[in-house]
Design a protein around this ligand. Structure first.
Ligand code: FES
Length: 378
């Protein structure tokens, strides 16, 4: 067994000696010859050993600091959206990088500490093994494997140097706190809470351009392709079955090319006005009463799978199709997905007619636009 034949470390216990016997037995059975097996610190307590120990502990101290930092940042940093130009925008922008950085440093420093521990405190070993393991029972395998691990821990001084175990435990605890608090984030932070957000931030994140503001009427404007053309829509403009792409329009924007263009290009604005064939039976749905005008319904044009425009309508079956991954939405069930990867219905836009007979939106979409995430109802 070469260098492993005798326990060279001072102070090895009888129990450790038993473990070493088992370790030797395991190597013999596997036909492993240990040519070199040297303890890095045969004399514990030397200055060099203490320096090496501090090296490990510095890394794990960094783990503790950055793990706790991650938890504090997650809990206390101003994380709510602030639009560019608003007070606190820079803090908001820094939130994710600082959180990511502190978690990253915690993970990397823990790993580095472990690498330094293995390199500086585990025995240096040179072994030769024959090509195939010898046959032995699973019980023997388990016993010799445990003995090998225990021998490595003994040899590295992990057992005797309880400061390592305590520091590693602290590091794991801090790292776990940092990661745990972000995993349980939904319990800690409510992303739907708009308290404290200014109007502009609310508008950007939680509302679309259909949201009526200051009581101004929002019309359905046909999307003709010209960003500045204003064509308002009346029921007679659409045959049955029919489909039309619409965007929001306000009279205050009529002579404002920039706003007209913006309304058309805002990503969550596009909606589809549909005219279902006469006598189509749409299943009643709680809360959706009065959101349609006869056979006319409006839904978001943005697919709830990955956000492609849902542009294809089959009037015979009353279904909308998304051309990207073939999701299919049943208009007889308020655009519920019935095929494909989309899991959530297209949000409905409540509509009505004004006194002149033009379509208007009476509110914003019934749900957030676009791809689903776990907090949204199907
Ligand atoms: S984006 Fe519509 S199905 Fe994938």
């Amino acid at each position: 067994m070469g260098g492993s034949g005798d326990d060279e470390r001072p102070g090895a216990s009888a129990q450790e000696a038993d473990g070493k016997d088992l370790f030797r037995l395991g190597t013999q059975r596997d036909d492993v010859e240990l040519r070199r097996y040297e303890y890095p610190w045969p004399e514990p307590g030397t200055r060099a050993e203490k320096r090496a120990r501090r090296h490990v502990l510095y890394w794990w101290a960094l783990t503790v600091v950055s793990g706790i930092t991650a938890a504090v940042v997650y809990l206390a940093w101003p994380w709510q959206y602030v639009p560019p130009g608003g007070g606190g925008h820079t803090w908001y922008v820094l939130y994710t990088p600082v959180l990511g950085l502190s978690i990253g440093v915690a993970l990397v420093s823990f790993a580095f500490g472990f690498i330094v521990l293995v390199k500086r405190f585990f025995p240096e070993e040179q072994a030769v093994q024959q090509r195939h393991d010898a046959e032995h029972s699973p019980a023997e395998d388990r016993a010799t494997l445990a003995a090998t691990a225990a021998e490595a821990a003994n040899a590295s001084g992990l057992r005797r140097r309880s400061v390592f175990t305590r520091a590693a435990g602290l590091g794991v605890g801090a790292l776990g706190t940092g990661l745990g608090v972000t995993i349980l984030g939904g319990v800690v932070h409510n992303p739907w809470d708009t308290t404290g957000l200014n109007e502009s931030a609310k508008d950007t994140l939680w509302r679309t351009g259909w949201k009526p503001v200051a009581g101004e009427t929002v019309y359905l404007r046909a999307d003709s392709g010209d960003p500045h053309e204003v064509i308002l829509v009346r029921p007679e403009d659409l045959g049955a079955p029919g489909i039309m792409s619409v965007v929001p329009f306000r009279e205050s924007e009529r002579d404002n090319p920039e706003m007209l263009s913006k309304a058309r290009h805002r990503a969550d604005n596009p909606a589809t006005l549909l005219r279902l064939p006469p006598r189509t039976e749409v299943a009643p749905k709680a809360g959706r009463e009065g959101m349609n005008v006869g056979d006319f319904y409006a839904y978001s044009r943005v697919c709830t799978h990955l956000g492609c425009p849902v542009t294809m309508y089959e009037g015979r079956t009353d279904r909308l199709f998304c051309p990207c991954h073939q999701s299919m939405f049943d208009l007889r069930e308020h655009a519920k997905p019935i095929f494909g990867p989309a899991t959530r219905a297209l949000p409905q836009l409540p509509i009505d007619l004004d006194e002149s007979g033009y379509f208007v939106a009476t509110g914003d979409f019934t749900a957030p636009i676009g791809p689903s995430f776990w907090e949204l109802e199907p």
